[in-house]
Write a protein that binds this ligand. Structure first.
Ligand code: SME
Length: 152
């Protein structure tokens, strides 16, 4: 089934109301987002743990690589630019990091705290080519903005 982002937003906001711990929020979102749509094979966060460095956070799906410098991968590009990365064909993305050989397309979104700082990225992989579109970017960005608005 394809996710209804209005419904997903209601569920997530109810589950996370009043929570400001980033890891608790990430764990909840990784679970709820992953199970909302069968396009999503891997759903998880990479946290900014040092300048120009990401480390894995809560996720759902097969094991993911532990460390990603901002200079590498789709996740690094999202963290570096602060822009959503919508990748229709991962094999065409220079420096894509393949955690699973089955991945065909990917979306990675920056996660900002209340001060507007990029504190993490949300990465979703699919085994389907061109699985993601503007509706996913808009729906997920809206949820991330609401959920992490009160994180310090
Ligand atoms: N594909 C990502 C790496 C994370 S694994 O997909 C979980 C990237 O290129 O940054």
């Amino acid at each position: 089934m394809r996710v209804d982002y209005d419904e997903l937003e209601k569920v997530i906001c109810a589950l996370t109301e009043g929570e400001t711990d980033a890891v608790a929020l990430m764990a909840t979102l990784a679970c709820e987002i992953h199970h909302a749509d069968d396009r999503f094979d891997w759903t998880g966060f990479y946290r900014v743990v040092a300048p120009e460095l990401l480390k894995i956070g809560p996720y759902q799906g097969g094991h993911g690589c532990l460390v990603i410098p901002f200079a590498r991968g789709v996740c690094g590009a999202a963290a570096r630019t602060g822009e959503v990365q919508l990748v229709e064909d991962v094999d065409a993305f220079p420096g894509h990091i393949a955690c699973a050989s089955s991945t065909r397309s990917e979306i990675v979104l920056p996660v900002r705290n209340g001060a507007g700082e990029v504190i993490a990225v949300l990465d979703i992989d699919s085994d389907r080519p061109a699985a993601f579109d503007a509706a996913d970017s808009e729906g997920l960005s809206r949820i991330l903005g609401k959920v992490f608005a009160n994180v310090g």
